[in-house]
Design a protein around this ligand. Structure first.
Ligand SMILES: C[S@@+](CC[C@H](N)C(=O)[O-])C[C@H]1O[C@@H](n2cnc3c(N)ncnc32)[C@H](O)[C@@H]1O
Length: 259
């Protein structure tokens, strides 16, 4: 099967460059971390947690406040992100979450917010299962196919590039978790809409979190003036009193490693 994922090195470089601008733009990312934690139903206190794809550490900070006695390991393949997350974690690993440099059965909780959409989910979940202990729990958030629907529509017919990632249906996430060996899988889906004054600000916000490297070499900056005006006009059709909407199809999933 041909991968629809962008080249990993390009993704890593985008996040590396975005570390300094990330926090100011990460409105959705903070909201999703809050929701992922609020719905994470754990019956016992975990003693060890891995934050897989920690970014600048917002999730790590939340996990640390909720379970202050747990050993927290933050992992990200962009060292500049990891540097900012450093004060929230006991251990920081600059590594790929598809190939964690951790022993089998190291953690009680594997947590990952808005990162697996950049990964081969089969590999990431197989690694999650491997590093979790029997009885361990997984909490993951990702984005579904309705994400950036307006943006895709505005670009449709303008060029043949892909302007957004190919996002995965919740059923496929559930299947990948099950294939990795997870049980007790529960997922929820919700739409979050953010609003921007114009298309430039919307694309700037995506770039500021490092999420603009989507794979086909498309660059809004290489657009001709006419094409850009057509995209803007197409997007303007979605304008509401709150501004230009960007839709995020947020998926939260929880699972257990039984044995
Ligand atoms: C959108 S950010 C989310 C960060 C954080 N979890 C949050 O919610 O704010 C995605 C992060 O995942 C990291 N990332 C993406 N793919 C990764 C991989 N295969 N291995 C490790 N980190 C990865 C990026 O460097 C980036 O910091």
């Amino acid at each position: 099967m041909v991968s629809t994922l962008p080249p990993k090195e390009r993704v890593r470089e985008s996040f590396e460059r975005a570390a300094a601008s990330y926090d100011a733009a990460a409105v959705l990312q903070r909201q999703v971390c809050d929701d992922l934690l609020a719905n994470f139903d754990l019956s016992s206190e975990p003693d060890s947690i891995v934050d897989a794809g920690c970014g600048t550490g917002y999730g790590s900070q939340l996990l640390r406040s909720r379970w202050p006695d747990a050993q927290l390991t933050a992992v990200d393949f962009a060292p500049a992100m990891l540097t900012l997350a450093r004060h929230d974690a006991h251990c920081c690993l600059a590594a790929d979450i598809e190939a964690l440099p951790c022993r089998d059965e190291s953690f009680a909780v594997w947590w990952s917010s808005l990162t697996v959409q950049w990964c081969d989910t089969n590999r990431a979940f197989a690694e999650a299962w491997r590093v979790l202990r029997p009885g361990g729990r997984l909490a993951v958030s990702t984005l579904g196919p309705e994400t950036f629907g307006e943006l895709r529509e505005a670009f449709a017919g303008i060029d043949r590039y892909r302007h957004t990632l190919t996002f995965t249906e919740p059923a496929a996430i559930e299947e990948a978790l099950s294939r990795a060996g997870f049980t007790d899988i529960l997922w929820q889906r919700r739409t979050v809409c953010l609003h921007y004054p114009d298309l430039k600000s919307l694309l700037r916000a995506v770039k500021d979190i490092g999420a603009h490297s989507v794979g086909d070499g498309a660059r809004a900056g290489l657009f001709g003036r006419l094409a850009w005006q057509r995209v803007q006009a197409a997007y303007e059709r979605h304008r509401t009193a709150a501004g230009l909407p960007a839709r995020y199809d947020v998926i939260l999933a929880y699972a257990a490693r039984k044995k």
